[in-house]
Structures are given as structure tokens and as C-alpha cells.
Design a protein around this ligand. Structure first.
Ligand SMILES: Nc1ncnc2c1ncn2[C@@H]1O[C@H](COP(=O)(O)OP(=O)(O)O)[C@@H](O)[C@H]1O
Ligand SMILES: [Mg+2]
Length: 264
């Protein structure tokens, strides 16, 4: 195994079973293998139902693999205790409001982030760090702090979660379709914040999307999923400009506006 892989998954498989008497099995993911290096944005791309979220959720330990291995910093993901794992792996989900409690203002999740750290700073220091982190990602703390989730836009919420990651500095951020429920106008801002995590904090990101253009915009390497399996993976430009698999060729060809959006 290469030493610089932050996460490495090997033959990761998830079969969902349902029913009691006659159980049926659905393939969520099958023999999925890839690694993500430090400071790399790795994209999982595929149509709805191809198994992207299943893979992301296994890496987040939200669901248990049927078989296969997940290594985080060289150690079995399931060997970490809960808190140690959350310090290393954080998530941004599709629904920007799902990670927030509507009864609390948004300061709380930012403050709580410090509880995950080994050396938690004082209350005063926390305040300073929160303000400077928000400024780092181009948000005005006075417009954000003290507000409640319903007072902020989806794009602002996603950026807050990314700010939270800058506080925790996990080894890996799993971002599952983080832009699909927010306005097109703020989509690029969220993608740029993810790029910033990579550049400023050398964080690794697993970016999950059905949108090849977004993968092209931020990804270093890309894996194409179909029916639970990775059919092709490699550097983004290589996979998109000289796809090997017919399915990938179709995927590229079926997004004609891609070429225009690449000029973003
Ligand atoms: N909890 C579940 N129980 C049964 N089947 C599931 C469950 N979650 C996902 N699936 C199935 O697994 C496959 C992959 O789903 P998913 O990982 O959500 O794909 P994607 O994120 O690419 O849309 C789909 O066929 C889906 O119906
Ligand atoms: Mg999904």
C-alpha cells in the first residue's frame, strides 16, 4: 500500500437485504476499490442509484459493509472509537439543513466542533477562531453568527459546514452532492470553498456528484460508477477526454453544455 493514501477502500461491497421469508438482495456497491491521497479531491460520479451514497456512507461508518475493507490513515476504519473517527472524517450532505438543529442558532455547530479536538481552546479563543474562519471563507461573521438556519440560504449553510471542517481539519471530508439542492448562483462558491480546503488545509475530499461538469471543475481524480461498480477511474482529464469505457463515453457525450461550462 502506498504510504500517502488518507483513505483506501478495497473490494468494498454492500448488499442491501429486505424481507423476512423471501429475502431479496439489492446491490448497493460491489468490489469498489480506490484510494484518496492527502490534499486530493477524488470524485465519485454516476447516475442516480449507481451506489455513490452507499460508498460514501460506508466510509462515514453510517452503514456497515457486507465485505471489503476501509483503511483510514492505514488503520481499519472500524477500529477507531467514534470521537476519534469524527475528528478524522467529516461530512457535508445534500440537504444543507439536515445537519443543523432548527432550535439552535448556527453558532452551536461551530462551537461544538471544538469538542472534537484534542486540545480544545478557551471560550474566547473559540470565538476568535470562528470569526476568522468565517472570514477565511469569505463570509461576514456579523451577518452569520446568531442567526437561525431558516434565516440563511442553502448555499450559506453548506459553506458553514465547510467552515466547520476548517475548524476540525479532518483528514477526509465526504461531500455527497453538496450543491444539488442549492441555487445555481451559489454552487460555484461552494465548490470553491472545497478547493480552498484542499489548498489551505491540505484536506482530502471525497466529492460525490451526478454532474460530470462539477467533477471536472474541482476533481483531481475521478471514478465512474455504474450499478454499484466502478467501471473506470483515473485523472479527471484523462477519464473525460479519453474515456475507455463505452458508458463513460456516453456520459461525456450526453452532457453537451459541458464544454461551455468548462470555461467557468
Ligand atoms: N437502505 C437501502 N435499502 C435498500 N436498498 C437501498 C438502500 N439504499 C440504497 N439502496 C439501493 O442501492 C442502490 C445504490 O443506491 P445509492 O447508493 O443511494 O445510489 P446513488 O447515491 O448513486 O444515487 C440503489 O439501487 C438503491 O435503490
Ligand atoms: Mg446519492
Amino acid at each position: 500500500m502506498k504510504g500517502d493514501a488518507v483513505v483506501r477502500v478495497k473490494n468494498l461491497t454492500k448488499l442491501y437485504t429486505s424481507g423476512y421469508i423471501r429475502t431479496t438482495e439489492v446491490v448497493g456497491a460491489k468490489n469498489v476499490s480506490f484510494d484518496i491521497k492527502k490534499g486530493e479531491i477524488f470524485c465519485l460520479v454516476g447516475e442516480s442509484g449507481s451506489g455513490k451514497t452507499t460508498v460514501g456512507n460506508m466510509i462515514l461508518r453510517l452503514i456497515k459493509p457486507t465485505s471489503g475493507k476501509i483503511l483510514l490513515d492505514g488503520k481499519d476504519a472500524f477500529s477507531y472509537d467514534k470521537k476519534a473517527y469524527w475528528r478524522k472524517v467529516q461530512a457535508v450532505f445534500q440537504d444543507p439543513y439536515s445537519s443543523f438543529n432548527f432550535f439552535y442558532n448556527v453558532d452551536k455547530p461551530l462551537n461544538d466542533a471544538f469538542d472534537l479536538l484534542e486540545n480544545s481552546p478557551s471560550k474566547e479563543e473559540r470565538k476568535k477562531i470562528i470569526r476568522s474562519t468565517l472570514e477565511t471563507i469569505g463570509m461576514n461573521p456579523d451577518e452569520i453568527l446568531g442567526r437561525y438556519p431558516h434565516q440563511l440560504s442553502g448555499g450559506q449553510m453548506q459553506r458553514l459546514l465547510i467552515a466547520r471542517s476548517l475548524i476540525i481539519r479532518p483528514s477526509l471530508l465526504v461531500a455527497d452532492e453538496p450543491t444539488s439542492m442549492i441555487d445555481a448562483s451559489t454552487r460555484v462558491a461552494v465548490l470553491n470553498e472545497l478547493l480552498r480546503l484542499k489548498k489551505v488545509a491540505k484536506m482530502s475530499v471525497l466529492f460525490i456528484t451526478h454532474d460530470l461538469a462539477q467533477a471536472y471543475y474541482i476533481g483531481d481524480r475521478i471514478a465512474i460508477m455504474k450499478k454499484g461498480e466502478i467501471i473506470e477511474q483515473g485523472p479527471v482529464r484523462k477519464v473525460i477526454f479519453s474515456p475507455k469505457h463505452p458508458y463513460t463515453k456516453n456520459l461525456v457525450a450526453s452532457v453537451p453544455p459541458l464544454h461551455e461550462r468548462w470555461e467557468l
